[in-house]
Design a binder for this molecule. Structure first.
Ligand SMILES: CC(C)(COP(=O)(O)OP(=O)(O)OC[C@H]1O[C@@H](n2cnc3c(N)ncnc32)[C@H](O)[C@@H]1OP(=O)(O)O)[C@@H](O)C(=O)NCCC(=O)NCCSC(=O)Cc1ccccc1
Length: 137
């Protein structure tokens, strides 16, 4: 279940409520029903063998930004889970680069919320684009 305490803690930067965000170093910039923005610096531990950000890290950040825009628009008693996720990788991200995942809901249905997101580099380059479906129960 989502709780306003959880969302408020994230907005304050209290990442103990989300150990994945604390582990990755995710910064919660915007957390609203119409937009979620997460930031991340790609430190050396987050690189794959060829020295760029792995697709799975990009997909994780996009999934989390999309999940949190869904959470921000839900009732306290509701829960959600990703049931479908697609990502297109458009540009590589190198060590020490800062990326921003921006998610917005496209449609809030009765049970399924459809969301899109972009992963942007600081120079405006789109590093990846994602879409996902979330089941809300
Ligand atoms: C729970 C469920 C999604 C569905 O439960 P089941 O027992 O299988 O139930 P059932 O099959 O009865 O379906 C129920 C209803 O839903 C419908 N429906 C089903 N699929 C789809 C679809 N693709 N698209 C559209 N609708 C679909 C289905 O037709 C049915 O509708 P009906 O009642 O006939 O009208 C299960 O498959 C699961 O746990 N998957 C793993 C999810 C997971 O681990 N995700 C990654 C975790 S990370 C994350 O989540 C992000 C996050 C971060 C932070 C915070 C929050 C979130």
């Amino acid at each position: 279940m989502v709780s306003s305490d959880y969302l408020n803690a994230l907005l304050r930067g209290d990442l103990h409520v989300n150990r994945l965000f604390a582990f990755l170093g995710v910064e919660v910039v915007v957390l609203e029903p119409e937009e979620c923005v997460l930031g991340l610096v790609i430190r050396p531990e987050l690189l794959q063998g060829a020295g760029i950000m792995p697709g799975g890290i990009a997909a994780t950040l996009l999934d989390e930004a999309m999940a949190h825009v869904v959470l921000a628009g839900m009732q306290n008693s509701q829960s959600t889970a990703t049931v479908e996720l697609s990502v297109r990788f458009l540009a590589p991200v190198a060590e020490s680069e800062h990326v921003t995942a921006r998610a917005r809901p496209l449609k809030r249905g009765k049970r399924v919320v459809t969301v899109e997101a972009e992963l942007l580099k600081d120079d405006g380059t789109i590093a990846a684009k994602g879409m996902a479906s979330f089941l809300v129960t």
